[in-house]
Design a protein around this ligand. Structure first.
Ligand SMILES: [Zn+2]
Length: 162
């Protein structure tokens, strides 16, 4: 995923919100439509990345603010993985993505833009999408595309997470 790394996206989020942007989402469930939260489980949530590598780029994030995976309760880690599993299933079955990159950057040395609050990336890929990614990396995804992807995924949420 190295060639897709674009740290300015996380930097941009940081500038827009005081403190940790993921804790901001945890503390403001009333604006889920605005922050593009798709689902909340007991200890985690699924959110569209506002500055995606590709359209439909999702993140699974624990509610608890922590920077070390090894400090997370194993049960919450399992909860995260169930959500990741279902996100991949949804993306493949409903949005017909041809591939998915899964991963976590743990620590700033590993390339995490928001290292203080761990998060799991789910990045949909399509065949021959490299040119497309190069394009959006410099122009960003148009908000209409972003919104339509959010709505597309959102409508399938009850089926996979109900
Ligand atoms: Zn946080």
């Amino acid at each position: 995923m190295e060639h897709l790394y674009a740290p300015w996206r996380d930097a941009y989020i940081k500038n827009k919100i005081e403190g940790c942007p993921f804790c901001y989402i945890v503390e403001n469930p009333d604006i889920d439509a605005k922050t593009k939260v798709l689902f909340r489980s007991t200890n985690c949530f699924i959110v569209m990345n506002l500055y995606p590598y590709t359209p439909g780029h999702l993140m699974v994030i624990p509610n608890r603010h922590l920077d070390k995976l090894e400090d997370l309760e194993e049960s919450v880690w399992q909860e995260m993985n169930v959500l990741v599993f279902r996100c991949v299933t949804l993306l493949k079955k409903e949005l017909h993505v041809s591939g998915v990159n899964l991963g976590m950057n743990l620590g700033s040395a590993a390339g995490a833009g928001i290292a203080e609050h761990i998060h799991y990336h789910i990045v949909p890929r399509w065949q021959r999408d490299t040119n497309f990614i190069t394009t959006i990396a410099h122009t960003r995804v148009y908000s209409t595309d972003f919104e339509s992807f959010y709505q597309k995924i959102k409508q399938h949420i009850p089926k996979y997470f109900g």
